[in-house]
Structures are given as C-alpha cells and as structure tokens.
Write a protein that binds this ligand. Structure first.
Ligand code: UD1
Ligand code: UDP
Length: 373
C-alpha cells in the first residue's frame, strides 16, 4: 500500500473558500490523504460564511485581517504566519487556489521550505499585469514554480505551456467552482430554508426584472467605481427593473456605493450574501453585472448573461461562448449594454444559453487523483 500523503490546503478569502471546499471534502474522505486546512483569515466575515455552510473546521486560523489592510502589510503577515504553520505541520504538499495574496504567500512559504505546491485554477492570464491587479502577477508567481497545475480549461493549460511550464505537470481538471455550485444546488434542494427570500427584497421588487450586481476590483477603486455607481443610478430610473447589489465588505467599495446609491427606490444594497442566497440571486436574476472572477464562471453555467465591468478578462471562455461580454467601467457603455439586453429579445436570447466551459462538477476528484499521482 502506498504511503498516506499529508496535504495542507491554504486559503483565506471568500472565492478561495468557495472553490476549495469541494476539494477539502474530497480529500477528507480519501484514505490516500491526511488532510489539513489552514485559513489565513485574509477575509473574516465573508470567509466564515463559506466555512459554515461547507461545514469546514480549519486546523489553523491565522486571523490576519485588519481593517482596510494594505497589500504589503497583509503580505508580510501572511508569509510569516503561513511559514510557521508549515514548519509545524511538515506537509508533503501545499494546495493553493487562484490569485489572492493568501494563495501567493502560501505558495511562496511552501517554496521556501522546498515543499511542492499544487495550484488549483492555474494558468489564467489576462496578459495585463494591472488588470486584474495584483491578481495577474500573483498567479504568475505561483505558476512559475508550482509542481502541479490544475488548469480549468485547455486555454489555461496552453497559457502555462507557452510560459515553458513542464507539460507533464499541467492537468486540465475543470474549475472546482462548478463542483461548488452543484453542491450548493443539491444542498438547497434538500434544505430550502437555507436560501429563503433575499433579505425581503424579492417582494418589494415583484414584477420587475432583476439585475444582480457585484463589484470589488482594486483597479476599479475611485473613478471606475463611481462610473459603475452612476450607471446603476441611471438604470434604476427605469420602472421595469430592480438592481440587487450585495456590497463587498471592503471599505473602499462600501464608501462609494453606499454614498452614491443608498435610498434609491429600485436598488437594494445588501450585506454580502451567503453562498445559498447568492446562488438564489443567480437563479432569479435576468442578468449579472459584475467585475468578479467567480461570477463570470457561475452565471454562464446557469444560462445567465454576464456583463463584465473590466477591460480584459483572464476567463475568455465565457466571452468566446457568447454568454459573457466585456463592458469595461465606462458609464455609457454599461448603460447601453444593459439596456440592449433588457430591450432586445434576440440579443438577450443569444447570450442566455447555459454554457459550461469551466467544468462538469468533478474537478475536485480529478485534482485528488492528480495529487495521489
Ligand atoms: C481580496 C483579493 C482579491 C479577491 C477578493 C475576493 C488580494 C490582494 N485581493 O480582495 O483577489 O478577488 O478578495 O473578494 O488578495 N473586509 C472585511 N471583512 C471581510 C473581507 C474584507 O471587513 O470578510 C474588508 C477589510 O477592511 C479588509 C478589506 O476588506 O482589510 C480588504 O480585504 P482584502 O482581502 O485585502 O482585499 P479584497 O478587496 O477583499
Ligand atoms: N458570492 C457570494 N456572495 C456574495 C457575492 C459573491 O457568495 O454576496 C460568491 C460568488 O458566488 C462567487 C464568489 O463569491 O463564487 C466570488 O467572489 P468575489 O467576487 O468576492 O471574488 P473573485 O471571484 O472576483 O475573486
């Protein structure tokens, strides 16, 4: 019998937790692994929402979040804290996901100890180091030395090969976000009370078409966010639509969005929704307006058009399939593209096709097999 591998899964923010809980569930249930979880606490409330619904009790929690944290102070705390846990745990593998500061520091701390890194959601590239910022560089750093790369699609696998990554270390696994979406859908089907009416706003907006909104990108802080808020205000002047916007806890987002949009009749600014309720928003909306990475993957899977408030995307698959469209952060362009989808049935029908280039819901199982090697 081959030896049990000790693996430590490191994450710290909401999207990492959503995309890694399916893998943690698989590793926990698989005798080939001794599975540990280290959360950095880069996010607090938004991380805990996911840990709770996915029923994960971390073995280590660094609790590093500070209000309005700077990238350099955050990076320093993460690197030191994660390194200490790795010294104690001495794992055979470190698993990180995506492109956050926690992922980059988790990988770097492992590399400093010559522990091999498995990178989940490897190979995403926008080709622009400032969009998204600092995520594009974070994932390039991880990709430059990871021992195993779980690329969600052929496109991402090819991006790694173009960077001379050893092809034998690159596996196309799909994106675990689809595993997460399947899991939450089944859970809510079994326990519908987990995703009741969205904070009471559904009754308030009865008969209107719902636009779901999220926004948090660092490169959009300031002018970009103000343009997004202006576009939302103009769209909210229409009688036939309502915008439901769970506002990210980053104070740079909240200050602008609350200042510009609070009190409008057709806009509901909500606290971050837990995953069952966010899945409900994806289900009831006519379209999503977002700068999020994960939402660009989830909405197409559910046949919901996504207008992406960014200049570039590292997830071109949705755009190529016609279910996502880049609209940037120009107020006019956002209003024009949303209105086109609202008023032109054919344009809407062309985008509203369930399309799932990002996986089949079995990515975590493939990653476990890849790790077991
Ligand atoms: C982080 C990631 C970004 C990811 C995003 C997902 C980095 C550099 N950025 O951005 O890649 O797309 O998460 O949401 O890794 N806050 C809270 N409670 C929370 C979460 C955040 O109060 O649960 C506030 C705090 O004041 C915190 C601030 O938001 O200091 C910023 O959090 P941080 O993780 O540094 O950046 P995000 O913008 O959330
Ligand atoms: N999400 C959530 N509640 C919300 C907003 C988003 O559960 O109020 C989920 C969403 O379904 C997706 C993930 O959070 O899986 C995306 O996280 P975020 O937009 O914060 O980060 P990004 O994906 O841009 O890194």
């Amino acid at each position: 019998m081959s030896e049990t591998r000790k693996v430590i899964t490191v994450f710290g923010t909401r999207p990492e937790a959503i995309k890694l809980f399916p893998l943690v569930h698989v590793l926990d249930a698989d005798d080939r692994f001794d599975s540990r979880v280290l959360v950095s606490g880069q996010h607090r409330g938004m991380l805990d929402q996911v840990l709770q619904i996915a029923d994960i009790q971390p073995h280590h929690d660094l609790d590093v979040m500070q209000p309005n944290q700077s990238l350099d102070a955050l990076t320093a705390r993460l690197l030191t804290g994660i390194g200490e846990v790795l010294d104690k745990e001495q794992p055979d593998w470190v698993i990180v996901q995506g492109d956050t500061a926690t992922a980059m520091c988790g990988a770097l701390a492992a590399y400093y100890r010559k522990i091999p890194v498995c990178h989940v959601e490897a190979g995403l590239r926008s080709g622009d180091i400032y969009h998204p910022w600092p995520e594009e560089v974070n994932r390039k750093v991880i990709g430059s030395f990871a021992a195993l790369h779980a690329a969600p699609t052929e496109t991402s696998a090819n991006a790694l090969k173009r960077e001379n990554v050893d092809p034998a270390s690159v596996h196309v696994t799909g994106n675990t976000v689809i595993d997460a979406l399947h899991w939450i859908t089944s859970k809510v089907a079994a326990e519908p009370q987990l995703a009741g009416d969205l904070a009471g706003v559904e009754a308030r907006f009865a008969g209107k078409r719902i636009i779901g909104v999220t926004s948090h990108r660092r490169e959009n802080f300031g002018d970009g966010m103000r343009a997004i808020a202006n576009a939302i205000r103009r769209l909210a002047a229409r009688e036939d639509v309502a915008l439901i916007f769970p506002v990210h806890l980053n104070p740079n987002v909240r200050e602008i969005m609350q200042g510009e949009l609070e009190g409008l009749d057709n806009v509901a600014l909500l606290e971050p929704l837990d995953y069952p309720h966010f899945a409900r928003l994806l289900d009831i909306c006519t379209l999503m307006l977002t700068d999020s990475g994960g939402v660009q993957e989830e909405a197409p899977a559910l046949g919901k058009p996504v207008l992406v408030m960014r200049e570039t995307t590292e997830r071109p698959e949705g755009v190529e399939a016609g279910t996502a469209k880049l609209v940037g952060t120009d107020e006019e362009a956002i209003v024009r593209e949303v209105e086109r989808l609202l008023d032109d049935e054919n344009a809407y029908a062309e985008m509203a096709r369930a399309h799932n280039p990002f996986g089949d819901g079995k990515s975590a199982l493939r990653i476990a097999d890849m790790l077991a090697g």
